[in-house]
Design a protein. Structure first.
Length: 344
């Protein structure tokens, strides 16, 4: 929990990892290039006193993860989002099993998500079922630009993807997190395009599609899609650190999201260990629009409480202490996307 000026905030960090990018686990130059690209994001968007060495960045101990997220980071619950990248890393970059080893020791702190890849066909469906039963999955993280052999990506609209989404419905996996945002070396930018979210969100109204990184640099495309599709959410991973390096740009991002989709469909994420949550939370609670950006909805304490934790808690059925909730009347939203609309 974070407290400031008499207000208490229940914090859900909805996008964290326990990765292994050490040289020994790098299968090739792409594994090295991938983590170096992550490190550039970390180094260039962080305050100077929050920058780690590259060696620290390669892998964090369980003790370090707990300290950064919960002891120092104010987080009440964190959601592990796996990224397998088995073409780049010998034992995978950040798998459900790796995350689960830590989560099992701290069941009151972590939620474990799974993953799937439609290119795995029937065997992958069986694997998803096993993961769901083993970890009681409520969500999955999808990486449409991941390389697999000769393939350099896939689309949510691929026929096998629909088979997997149907299996998610059968298994009760309702939260579909999708990396749709900045490219990462050596992955291809177009494979992260947000356009394919539109079709599957319409086809599967019982699933929640959390677009991680809010589609950056395609924020406008994301907002128009999410306005029309009431089951599409925006995850703030990667967007959050601009609060330091480019605060006016961050104000535009959060303002556009509030205008288009409203305060109930935005979720906080540190993208740990690219960034640590403490400074992001502190700065967001203190944040206000610059004077010349007066066109956007109010960024009130209630709005910040929802974004920092209450929205993700609702998606994952996390029990929030009564004193940390917001009044029911505050759940109403007047955003363009509060009701499905059709743009003719």
């Amino acid at each position: 929990m974070y407290s400031k000026d008499g207000n208490d905030y229940f914090i859900v960090d909805s996008h964290v990892h326990a990765w292994d990018a050490t040289p020994a686990n790098q299968a090739n130059r792409y594994g090295e290039g991938f983590i170096n690209c992550f490190y550039d994001y970390h180094r260039n968007l962080s305050p100077a006193d929050k920058v780690w060495t590259l060696e620290e960045f390669h892998k964090q101990s369980e003790e370090r993860i707990i300290k950064d997220l919960f002891t120092d980071g104010y987080v009440d619950r964190a959601i592990f989002q796996p990224t397998y990248l088995t073409d780049f890393y010998v034992n995978g970059f950040n798998t459900t099993e790796q995350d689960g080893q830590i989560a099992e020791k701290h069941p009151d702190k972590f939620i474990v998500n799974g993953s799937w890849d439609p290119r795995d066909g029937e065997a992958g469906l069986d694997k998803l079922t096993e993961l769901a039963e083993r970890w009681d999955l409520q969500g999955v993280k999808l990486y449409t630009a991941e390389w697999k052999g000769d393939s350099k990506g896939w689309k949510l609209t691929d026929p096998w993807s629909y088979r997997y989404l149907e299996r998610c419905e059968e298994l009760g996996i309702k939260n579909i997190h999708i990396h749709k945002g900045p490219t990462i070396y050596p992955l291809n930018r177009d494979a992260f395009d947000v356009a394919d979210v539109d079709d599957v969100a319409s086809a599967f109204p019982g699933l929640n599609f959390i677009v991680e990184h809010v589609g950056l640099p395609r924020l406008e495309d994301f907002c128009w899609i999410a306005t029309q599709e009431p089951n599409v959410y925006g995850g703030l991973a990667v967007a959050m650190p601009f609060i330091h390096s480019r605060p006016k740009y961050f104000a535009q991002i959060i303002g556009e999201l509030l205008y288009w989709i409203g305060e109930d469909r935005i979720t906080f994420a540190s993208d740990y260990a690219i960034w640590t949550p403490a400074w992001l939370i502190e700065r967001f609670v203190d944040f206000g629009y610059p004077a010349d950006l007066d066109e956007y909805p109010d960024l009130s304490v209630t709005v910040k409480k929802k974004i920092l934790g209450l929205n993700a808690a609702k998606l994952y059925g996390i029990d929030v202490p009564a004193e940390l909730r917001v009044p029911e009347s505050a759940d109403e939203t007047t955003a363009v996307g509060s009701e499905p609309v059709s743009v003719a």
